[in-house]
Structures are given as structure tokens and as C-alpha cells.
Design a binder for this molecule. Structure first.
Ligand code: IVH
Length: 670
């Protein structure tokens, strides 16, 4: 290709992305992809100096300031950006480069802090009073957003000392407020914001400053301009000074001595970032000694004494190639996005959830769209939104299916409800789901029946209903023929099936998979019915008399037991000797006795739960989730690499500290 044209095209593309990012509050591409393109342009320009252009995106910080509603203001000190790095090797290089630039050879200190993913802001105080708030803009000229900033509660309007200072920080929309805002927008049929950064930027640009207050913007500060003029010698000291004036910081400023220490903290924050109340896209590492900054120097866009370490992106864009429909245990169909493979949060992704048809329609997502996908607290990636600006006109509307993709049975959708369902009881996908649920940890806890094996057994005709699991022992010889099923694993599987017969009555109720009947409801039903015959004969009125059983659950219970298939399964399981009555010792045991009303918090990386799952688990058991360690906390559940929360909890005697496994044991005993 013609190099000049390639450079021109790249510049245009980057300008478009950057204008959209800074002016329209829309990210059309992830930071990582943007940096890769910018790097490519930089290389091409270096190799072809005759093509250099002062207005190239490689030369400027942000977007040009759009002529619009906010007054333009020139920055007294330019607002610089940061160079990015994506691996720890680049941090080692950064340190080496710095060491070469300073004449006095001495060990340096580095201040490591979180990189907030919002928009930068500069505040000017005169005599301790906030007089001006300006966005970054192109780094030289920004927009005057003083009125809107005044609406942010945590921004100090008057400092504790009557001084003249300029500070830099980040305006963010806290995660809880972001989720609330998007939920409201979705309900009102409005376009959702792709991420908290775009939402913060869109909010700060509102002409009506009441909206800023309503949506709950927040701001954290991380820089004091010309700190040396106030007699401060280190960045960390300058942050303490800001805090002493009442200015809000993240409180995360760690002074470290070498690249090894930095590497350790990168690993720690890579996980702990999930527990912060705001979105972060990386860490910032700054040489702590302010007195060395001039000597280390600057490029046209960035200081050489600081660098950003970017976390693997939580959100990336990719092509939506098609949609498949997955059939679950209850027959519910879930649309799954088939994507062009991309890397997301450090792993390769080619499928993501689209939730349901209503959500697809509301978000107007089409096949052929470029979409944003993200992995937030959930393990399964989600499609966030379509990038409509990139449409070329050939995108196809996603049609609601009329036939089950697995068994071709006609589908049903109840009037006014969103779920589309396959109602064929013999649908192999439903059977697979039922079996997987039946053997899961909270149900009969049968080990060795993973989804691949279950699929195989269904294919081979060994399993048609859950009762057949107990007849697998009669197929011992056939099982040995199945690849990867050694003698040992067959023994383990058959033993586990036998011991599941000792599972308590409430677990058996749970394993039946009655819609709306989870763990707690199963316990309540077990306690109140004492045995399955009684439970099956209970009327709607009797069921709703039971505390904890509502009308929807009662209706589902009645419908479930009326089905011939359920009756057959229950009699089959009875014949196999499963426990269909309450054990003597359990009769008087109270429901939820251990966890009811107790408060919980978890910290570190958990092996068995996502953040949402454990919270849900705690609530289901009658407990309450807290967000910080305090005297009101009863239990701290500790995962791997637990940090400050654990330390704090150890100092309060009344807090019981549980490992994740201890928590699971305790919960299973209830
Ligand atoms: S320092 C000269 N510290 O990241 C100092 N920036 O990608 C430059 N940011 O423009 C900024 N958290 O908007 C700094 N702790 C932090 C930060 C931070 C977020 C933003 C800031 C900057 C951008 C560069």
C-alpha cells in the first residue's frame, strides 16, 4: 500500500476515535486497540520523516476542543497525558530509562497509585476558595465546567487553609451509580452508556447542573501542580498535604523501592481492583522525588517520570458474527452472541450472553454490528451495546426463533413475558440441564458427572431421566469402553452415586428442580412437609400458609407434582432408596439458624464463587452483605491474596474469620 495513504488513513481513523472519545463521550475502540494503532502510526512516521505533521495524533494529547456550550479556558500549566505500558517488562525498561537520565546515581522511590477511569479535571483555588474547574480538552485548552463540578458533593469548595493552588484529579461515576443510571435509561428506552467513563463524561457535559447532582458524580485528586513551590519534595508528601486540606484522594499511594516491589503490587491490584467502588483501568507509577522531575524531563505529551500500567481490558469491541440459542434445564432459550475471537480480561473470548430477546430489541443489537463486550463481576462475558456509528447498512435484525434449535419442537412464549421456552419434555438439551442440576453440589453432589460425560451418556441412551443415573452401575462394562473413563474414575463415580442416597430430604427436594424452589425454600418445604407424600398432596392454600412460600412458588409446586413425568421420577427415585422424609435429628433444627441476620464481607480472590454469586449465597442464607470491615461485621470470608481487610478484621476480636472452604462447609451444614 502507498505509505502516505496508509499514514493519512491511520491519522483520520485515530482522529475520529479520539474526537468521539473526548467530545461525544463514546469509545468506539478499546484503549489497547487505540494504543496499537497509535504505535503503528508512530513507527510509520519515524520511518518516513517527510510525512511528519504537527497536527498528527502522535503529537497531541486529546481531541481538539469543540466549539460548544462550555467556555474555553487556557490551562496555566498544560495537562499532560501518560505513556502506557502493558507488561512488567516495560516497567523495568521505564526504570532503566530514568536511571540513565539522572546525574546523581542513587536509589529512587516510586509512588504507585490506581489509575481511575474517568475524565481529568483541573481545579483552581484562590485564598482556599474553589474558583475554576476545567476539563483537559487538548491539554492546552479545556472547557470551563465549574458550575457542574460545584454540584459534586465530595469536591471541597473551601479548603481548610486560605491558599492558592491548582490540583488535578479524575471525575468518575461510582459503579453503583453507573449501574443505577443504566438501569433507569434502559427502562426509559434510552441508550445505555457503554461504561462508567462515558457516563461520567456525558454527565459532566450536561448543561443542566442538577443532573450532575442527581446522577451522583464523584471526584478523586492525585496531583498538586508546582508542589515544590510549597516546599514539598515528594509526590507522596504532596498527596498527604492535599488530604490535610480536606481534598478527597483514593487513599492508595504506595511508596515502593524497586521493580520487584512494583511487580508484586501490580499483581495484587490486578485482583483487588474489583473491590474498589470506582472503575480503574490500570495503575500509575511516578518517581516520588519531585526534585528530580525536571531533570528526568518530558516528551511533548507525557512526563518521562511517570508511566501508566494498563490492566487487561474489562471491555473490548469485536464483531458479532451470529446468534445461537441455548436451551436450559427449564427449556428457556438464551441468546448467545457468536463473536470474532478477542482477548478480554486476559482470556480469549468468542461467545457472550445477550440475555434475552427484549434486551436485544431494546439495545437494537444486530448481526454484523461491532459490539462492546465486557466481563464485569459475572464470569460469562456480556454484550454491552452495539456501536451504531460503525454500521454500514448490511447488519441483520436478530429474529426470535420459532423452533427449538435442539429438538425442533415448536416454542412457546407466554403473553407479555420475555422468556421463550421449549416445552418438549424429551428435549435432549433440557434433559442434559436437568441431570447437571441434579448432580450439582447443592443438590445430590455427585462427583464425576461433568457436562461432557453427561452428554455422552445421553447420546448412548444410558440416561433418559435422572433415575437412570442410579442404573449406571449395571453398565459397568460399557462404561469402561468410553474414552478417558478409567477404572478408577468409574469406581469414584459409582461410589459417589451410591453415597448421594444418604443426602438429606431437603437436598432431594432441591434436586428435583422445581421452578422457584432454591435451597432455602427446599429446607422450608422439607421441614413443613416432613415427607414427600405429604408435600405432593398439599393444596395451594396449605402451601401459602407456610412462611417463606409465596403464591408463585406454591403454583409452581402444584404444577410440578401434577406432571406425570415428575411423578414417575419421584417413584423411580424412591425405589432407588433416596431420602424422601425428614431425618429425626433434622426435625427440630431451625432454618437458617447459623446465618440469619448475620453480617458478611469477603475479601481476596475466591475459588468457588464470583462476587455476585457469594453475595447471593449469603442473602439466600438470610445473611447481610457489608461493604467494609467494622465492629458490626460478624464474618469475614477470606480468599487468596487477602489484603488490608483481613488485617483490619484481625484487629477486631468479635469478627469470625472463615476461609472459603470453611464457609462452604458451614453453609452445607445448615
Ligand atoms: S497523573 C502529569 N495519576 O490518566 C501527571 N493520572 O492516561 C499526569 N489518571 O490524563 C496524570 N488516574 O486523566 C495521573 N493516579 C493518576 C491517574 C491519572 C487516572 C488519568 C488522567 C490522565 C490519564 C492518562
Amino acid at each position: 500500500m502507498d505509505i502516505k495513504k496508509e499514514i493519512r488513513d491511520l491519522r483520520e481513523l485515530l482522529k475520529k476515535y479520539s474526537e468521539s472519545y473526548y467530545n461525544e463521550n463514546e469509545s468506539l475502540i478499546s484503549d489497547y486497540e487505540y494504543d496499537k494503532l497509535l504505535e503503528k502510526l508512530n513507527e510509520l512516521e519515524k520511518a518516513n520523516p517527510e510525512c511528519m505533521d504537527l497536527f498528527s495524533p502522535t503529537m497531541s494529547v486529546g481531541a481538539s476542543v469543540r466549539e460548544n456550550k462550555f467556555k474555553k479556558v487556557e490551562h496555566e500549566h498544560p495537562m499532560l497525558s501518560l505513556a502506557n505500558s502493558y507488561n512488567t517488562g516495560e516497567i523495568v525498561d521505564f526504570i532503566e530509562r530514568i536511571k540513565k537520565r539522572i546525574s546523581e546515581k542513587k536509589e529512587l522511590k516510586y509512588c504507585l497509585e490506581v489509575k481511575l477511569d474517568g475524565l481529568s479535571i483541573s481545579l483552581t483555588y484562590r485564598q482556599g476558595k474553589l474558583i475554576k474547574a476545567v476539563t483537559r480538552g487538548d491539554g492546552f485548552v479545556g472547557e470551563d465546567v465549574t458550575e457542574n463540578i460545584m454540584q459534586i458533593e465530595s469536591v471541597m469548595k473551601i479548603l481548610s487553609e486560605p491558599i492558592d493552588i491548582e490540583i488535578r484529579g479524575e471525575v468518575v461515576l461510582p459503579l453503583v451509580n453507573f449501574e443505577k443510571l443504566n438501569k433507569e435509561r434502559l427502562e426509559k428506552g434510552e441508550e445505555v452508556f457503554a461504561n462508567p467513563r462515558n457516563a461520567a463524561s456525558g454527565t459532566l457535559r450536561q448543561l443542566d447542573s442538577n443532573i450532575v447532582r442527581e446522577r451522583g458524580l464523584d471526584a478523586y485528586f492525585y496531583f498538586l501542580v508546582e508542589a515544590e513551590k510549597l516546599g514539598l519534595h515528594s509526590h507522596s508528601e504532596s498527596i498527604k498535604y492535599l488530604e490535610s486540606l480536606g481534598i478527597k484522594t483514593t487513599g492508595i499511594f504506595e511508596v515502593l523501592e524497586n521493580s520487584k516491589e512494583i511487580e508484586n503490587r501490580i499483581e495484587y491490584w490486578g485482583k483487588e481492583r474489583e473491590n474498589l467502588p470506582y472503575e480503574t483501568d490500570g495503575l500509575v507509577i511516578k518517581v516520588d522525588e519531585i526534585d528530580l522531575w525536571e531533570e528526568i524531563g518530558y516528551t511533548s505529551k507525557t512526563p518521562r517520570w511517570a508511566i501508566a500500567y494498563k490492566f487487561p481490558a474489562h471491555q473490548v469491541s469485536t464483531l458479532l458474527k451470529g446468534v445461537t440459542w441455548q436451551v436450559g434445564r427449564t427449556g428457556k432459550l438464551t441468546p448467545v452472541a457468536e463473536l470474532q475471537e478477542v482477548e478480554l480480561s486476559g482470556s480469549k473470548v468468542k461467545r457472550a450472553s445477550l440475555h434475552n430477546i427484549n434486551e436485544i430489541e431494546r439495545k437494537d443489537i444486530r448481526i454484523g454490528d461491532r459490539v462492546f463486550i465486557e466481563k464485569a463481576a459475572e464470569i460469562i462475558p456480556q454484550v454491552v451495546k452495539a456501536i451504531k456509528e460503525e454500521r454500514v447498512g448490511t447488519e441483520k435484525i436478530i429474529e426470535e426463533p420459532t423452533e427449538c434449535p435442539v429438538c425442533s419442537h415448536k416454542l412457546e412464549r407466554e403473553e407479555g413475558l420475555v422468556d421463550i421456552k421449549c416445552v418438549n419434555d424429551e428435549c435432549p438439551a433440557k434433559i442434559q440441564g436437568e441431570i447437571e442440576y441434579f448432580v450439582s453440589r447443592d443438590a445430590l453432589n455427585i462427583m464425576g458427572l461433568g457436562s461432557k460425560i453427561v452428554e455422552k451418556f445421553i447420546d448412548l441412551g444410558y440416561i433418559k431421566t435422572v433415575v437412570d443415573i442410579f442404573n449406571l452401575k449395571n453398565h459397568r462394562d460399557d462404561l469402561e469402553q468410553i474414552d478417558k473413563m478409567g477404572k478408577k474414575s468409574i469406581d469414584n463415580l459409582l461410589n459417589s452415586i451410591e453415597s448421594s442416597k444418604a443426602r438429606e430430604y431437603d437436598k432431594v427436594i432441591y434436586s428435583l428442580g422445581i421452578p422457584f424452589i432454591g435451597k432455602v425454600a427446599s429446607k422450608i418445604l422439607a421441614k413443613n412437609s416432613k415427607n414427600i407424600d405429604k408435600l405432593m398432596s398439599m393444596t395451594f392454600e396449605e402451601l401459602i400458609q407456610i412462611e417463606g412460600i409465596g403464591e408463585i412458588a406454591a403454583k409452581e409446586i402444584i404444577e410440578f407434582f401434577l406432571k406425570e413425568k415428575s411423578q414417575k421420577i419421584i417413584s423411580g427415585l424412591k425405589e432407588q432408596g433416596l431420602k424422601f422424609e425428614l431425618s429425626e435429628s433434622k426435625t427440630e433444627e431451625s432454618i437458617n439458624s447459623n446465618f440469619s441476620g448475620k453480617t458478611f464481607l469477603f475479601t481476596g480472590t475466591l475459588k468457588h464463587f464470583t462476587r455476585d454469586q457469594i453475595k447471593e449465597e449469603i442473602e439466600k442464607l438470610g445473611g447481610k452483605n457489608l461493604s467494609a470491615v467494622s465492629k458490626n461485621l460478624d464474618y469475614l470470608i477470606v480468599g487468596e491474596k487477602a489484603g488490608s481487610k483481613l488485617k483490619k478484621a484481625q484487629e477486631i476480636e468479635t469478627i469470625k474469620i472463615l476461609t472459603e472452604d470453611e464457609f462452604i462447609d458451614l453453609k452445607d451444614k445448615i
